[in-house]
Design a protein around this ligand. Structure first.
Ligand SMILES: [Zn+2]
Length: 283
């Protein structure tokens, strides 16, 4: 994705990785045949020729006239993780972030759409054997509902995430608990989109008459725009997730709102249109 402007806000994508997986890995109810009717618009950007899903893991960098804001912080390096590819990973994420023109010390706010493993990792990095904030001058906005749900989790893998990527932020005094109606300046507002997790929030950008929404995992993959009832293996409440997704699609179809997908492979941005009584995509 090229850097783009939403009014006065510049949006840049900083990539950690492109991940290619079988549809069933993400959507337990699917087979390759379910994707076949969508091949003509999913390949080559969002699916491989064999219809494996192409997912991107990236941050969005938002530059407003007053602040530099990072939305989602990917997986991170050097962590114990249960997904083999992510375990003790070494990626060029920080280099990519710098290539996008962002020095870690320049970030004013970090917001994670939710607190899953692939959205909070670079909150921290290892310094002298300890997890320290990667963005030392940032306020890290923790959505109260999301943090309350995860902070004492008994899940072993998620507990690891809390210990290495979230608690060090609290201990450093950089966490700011916010409500799901929180705004950052005039241009950026949280948009509650529960279902994937209890406190999941998308992010709405409004400036100069233009609008964009960063999806988070409300929509993991563009195929879910055409098939909103496809739910992911890791959805906390699939029924609520489906209802949230449908309402979002209905509200944004045939509007000028730019949809910025948190896991959409490049070109990453698209618009939602009405199609055959449901929804489709315009690149
Ligand atoms: Zn995710």
């Amino acid at each position: 994705m090229q850097a783009l402007q939403v009014g006065k806000v510049q949006v840049t994508r900083a990539e950690e990785m492109i991940w290619t997986i079988s549809p069933r890995f993400l959507f337990p109810q699917l087979s390759y045949g379910d994707l076949e009717p969508h091949r003509h618009w999913l390949v080559p950007h969002f699916c491989e020729q064999d219809l494996k899903l192409r997912l991107s893991i990236h941050s969005f960098v938002l530059r407003t006239p007053h602040h530099t804001v990072l939305v989602d912080t990917c997986i991170g390096n050097g962590r114990k993780r249960d997904v083999p590819l992510w375990d003790h990973m070494t990626s060029d994420y920080l280099r990519n972030l710098r290539a996008a023109g962002v020095k870690p010390e320049e970030v004013d706010y970090v917001f994670c759409t939710h607190m899953h493993v692939d959205h909070v990792g670079w909150n921290t990095r290892l310094e002298n054997g300890k997890w320290a904030p990667t963005f030392p001058n940032a306020r890290y906005l923790f959505n109260r509902k999301e943090w309350e749900y995860w902070k004492d989790t008994k899940d072993e893998n998620q507990g690891e995430v809390v210990r290495d990527s979230l608690l060090p932020i609290v201990d450093a005094g950089l966490a700011e608990i916010v409500e799901e109606t929180h705004r950052i300046g005039d241009e950026i507002a949280l948009l509650p989109t529960p279902g994937h997790t209890p406190g999941h929030c998308s992010v709405r950008l409004s400036s100069g008459g233009q609008e964009a929404v960063i999806t988070g995992d409300m929509i993991h993959h563009p195929s879910q725009i055409a098939e909103p009832h496809w739910f992911s293996r890791v959805d906390w409440n699939p029924e609520l997730g489906i209802a949230t997704r449908r309402a979002f699609l209905e509200a944004h179809a045939d509007t000028a709102t730019l949809i910025l997908g948190t896991h959409f492979a490049p070109p990453t941005r698209l618009r939602i249109v009405s199609h055959n009584g449901g929804f489709g995509v315009k690149l």
